[in-house]
Design a protein around this ligand. Structure first.
Ligand code: 4UU
Length: 538
């Protein structure tokens, strides 16, 4: 019956047979499944400091971390914030918190104090772990919640160091009964299709489902011979799940990189004989075009996987031509709310420019933007996904959850695309508000709220302008208050002072008389984008 209904509704089932998803494991148990076999092999090394940990050490130290946290009164369900760059200690803390029964919320280390405080408040974080450079921000933000539980990786006077925690004897790891389908493991933040950043509740089962599906059919090709350059931020779903967790799960050697730097990136690829790297479009562009690439031996690099933002066919071809040993330019397509990946290019027969095929265990439909009717191959519409990786919901926000996941369990991605006769998917546009700058989320609603808090600004709307390198640049339409002598520079300075650097108005500021809105008060972003095209022509 269900199947007939699905046929009728043009629901696409994955071409791949369903995989078995373990139902009785925690995310840590799943990720650590083969750690005893990997033993003393190196699991992760920082490419600058060379600080490194073996699989055995990660297992032992994360247990000590869990035990130490329990002794401090940390309890099941408590939220622990990681405000960290990609350090080799990140997975130790991450899996330590989970083994203490906690929930990890991960924050962008570029955040201002205010941005951080917003997330900590929403997530009700009991603790935060950070680095010495960010300790003041972490402390101030926690103070807004009336808490002062700040731990540091490294030594700062007056703060407790994580290394103290790791001296614990490991005797107090709590006996947990995790209910994998109910219990939230992580709460990364995403603005989804509209509005401000929201906590995305991903359960242990959501993550295990995603990991199991990625491992099917060689979608994720990592194994014990893989050297993975892990520079994509671990706080973001792509880096957290596809690199940190699945890299460790498969016994890969992770080379972690704190800060992305062109020369360093190329040096590390050569020196560590890196075989795999997950990337975002600006990095593919670098590999395709930058003259310095010729100075390095990148012959070990056999695969790069793009995600988080669209990658064109041309640039994929260019990079294939330039790095002859790079046999595969692959893609993953996903969304934080999908734990996070729903489509990946198959190991063989990948079509350049495509984000790949639907992973096993998932259903997908492409719906007409006006009528909501499901469309067949070759027609663009909004991509909707259903299956075991759909998030539990947005934290404390049933309205936003209901707007995103319908009563039949379909999650609306806000992305526009189609599939071809072979069921390869292509993303062509985005109908949601979200702007992506180099793969980073820039929620317009957040910048708009900031702009209208300025005494000289009456109204504002933020959209993304296309950019070859970054994908999109945030740009603002601003309505000045009567007689206000506000300049573009004033607006930009105001924004710069209040947001993380990747949210800056690099696309510029345009003053207009009125922000076009629908009858229900929604900003007509399409109209503004069209206006930009007209401006570009004149
Ligand atoms: C065009 O970006 C992500 C997650 C990406 C990811 C994760 C695991 C990719 C591969 C992988 O293995 O999450 P968010 O929530 O930050 O942003 C989601 C949005 C999507 O809705 C879409 O608009 O980012 C965009 N996006 C892409 N667009 C993500 N991947 C792609 C892609 N092509 N390959």
């Amino acid at each position: 019956k269900e199947e007939d209904k699905e046929d009728e509704e043009k629901v696409l089932k994955s071409k791949y047979a369903d995989v078995e998803i373990p139902e009785n494991l925690s995310w840590t148990e799943f990720v650590f499944q083969h750690f005893d076999e990997y033993g003393d092999r190196m699991a992760i090394e920082d490419c600058v400091t060379k600080r490194s940990y073996s699989f055995r050490e990660i297992k032992v130290l994360s247990r000590k971390c869990a035990s130490g946290l329990s002794k401090k009164g940390f309890q099941k369900g408590d939220v622990f914030a990681l405000f960290l760059p990609n350090l080799p200690e990140f997975p130790i803390a991450f899996f330590g918190v989970l083994q203490a029964g906690g929930v990890v919320t991960s924050a962008n280390p570029l955040f201002t104090t205010e941005e951080l405080a917003k997330q900590l408040k929403q997530a009700d974080a009991k603790w935060i772990l950070t680095v010495p450079q960010l300790v003041h921000r972490a402390k101030e933000a926690m103070q807004e919640l009336g808490r002062d539980n700040v731990l540091v990786v490294g030594e700062v006077d007056g703060y407790e160091s994580m290394s103290e925690l790791l001296k614990d004897d490991g005797s107090s790891v709590p006996e947990l009964s995790i209910n994998p389908k109910e219990d939230t493991a992580v709460i990364p933040f995403s603005s989804g299709t509209t509005g401000h950043p929201k906590g995305v509740m991903l359960t242990h089962y959501n993550l295990i489902a995603c990991g199991s599906m990625m491992r099917a059919q060689g979608f994720l090709s990592f194994d014990e011979t893989t050297v993975l350059l892990a520079f994509l931020p671990f706080f973001h779903s792509f880096g957290m799940v596809a690199n940190m967790s699945m890299g460790l799960h498969t016994g890969s050697f992770l080379v972690s990189m704190l800060r992305f730097d062109k020369e360093k990136f190329l040096q590390v690829l050569e020196k560590y004989e890196v075989t795999h790297s997950s990337v975002v479009p600006p990095v593919v562009l670098l590999l395709a075009k930058h003259p310095a690439v010729d100075n390095y031996d990148l012959s070990n690099l056999t695969e790069i996987t793009n995600g988080a933002a669209p990658l064109g066919e041309e640039i994929s071809k260019e990079v294939m031509k330039r790095l002859p040993l790079l046999s595969r330019v692959r893609q993953g397509y996903g969304m934080t709310e999908l734990s996070p990946v729903c489509h990946m290019t198959p190991f063989e027969n990948n079509k350049l420019g495509s984000v790949g095929m639907l992973l096993p265990n998932l259903r997908c439909k492409v719906i007409d933007l006006e009528t909501g009717e499901a469309l067949g191959p070759g027609h663009d519409g909004e991509i909707c996904v259903k299956g075991p990786t759909v998030m539990k919901g947005y934290l404390n926000n049933p309205e936003a959850t209901a707007q995103t996941i319908d009563s039949d369990g379909w999650l609306r991605t806000g992305d526009v695309g189609h599939y071809d006769e072979d069921e390869h998917f292509f993303i062509v546009d985005r109908v949601k508000e979200l702007i992506k700058y180099k793969g980073y989320q820039v929620p317009p609603a957040e910048l708009e709220a900031l702009l209208v808090s300025h005494p000289d600004i009456q109204d504002a709307a933020v959209v993304g302008v296309p950019d070859v390198e970054a994908g999109e640049l945030p740009m603002a339409f601003v309505v000045r208050k009567p007689n206000a002598a506000l300049t573009e520079r004033d607006v930009k300075t105001f924004v710069d002072e209040n947001v993380a650097p990747y949210k800056k108005l690099r696309g510029g500021v345009e003053f207009i008389d009125e922000i076009p809105r629908s009858l229900s008060g929604k900003i007509l972003r399409r109209e503004l984008k069209d206006r930009l095209k007209d401006l570009a022509k004149t």
